[in-house]
Design a protein around this ligand. Structure first.
Ligand SMILES: [Fe+2]
Ligand SMILES: [Fe+2]
Length: 135
């Protein structure tokens, strides 16, 4: 799996949001590392939970800034977040019923591919707008 190695290209110009992206990318890498070394599924589950929680908190932090600064693309951006949350919820519910390594892999891959695309395409769209307003 191609992992996310955060670098300057991913920067959205707001330090606190970059930090979130760095932490989420690091958690994805960490999860991959544990899976590659055949870590037990209990360990995997703990990282999956941390990852999902971080993603949700991050979306909330972005949306708070959108509301505060009246970001014109708030609704479309929000919809993207909700779509990922729905997919995550579905997978996570399945994972809780059957803590299968295949499902934790799906969660990791979903977050990995989604995050790269989302930061580069959707998050980047707010970069200039917020960077000019957030101090
Ligand atoms: Fe983001
Ligand atoms: Fe976002």
């Amino acid at each position: 799996m191609a992992l996310i190695i955060w670098d300057g290209r991913y920067s959205v110009g707001i330090e606190s949001l970059d930090w979130d992206h760095i932490v989420i990318a690091s958690l994805i890498n960490h999860l991959d590392e544990v899976k590659q070394h055949h870590g037990d599924e209990q360990t995997v589950a703990a990282i999956v939970r941390a990852l999902i929680r971080m993603a949700y908190e991050h979306f909330a932090r972005e949306e708070l800034l959108f509301v505060r600064y009246d970001y014109p693309e708030l609704h479309d951006h929000r919809r993207e977040h909700r779509l990922l949350e729905e997919q995550l919820e579905e997978l996570y519910a399945a994972y809780q019923r059957t803590p299968d390594p295949e499902i934790s892999r799906e969660i990791m891959e979903l977050l990995n591919y989604w995050l790269v695309g989302h930061i580069l395409k959707v998050d980047k769209r707010y970069a200039a707008f917020l960077a000019a307003r957030v101090r």
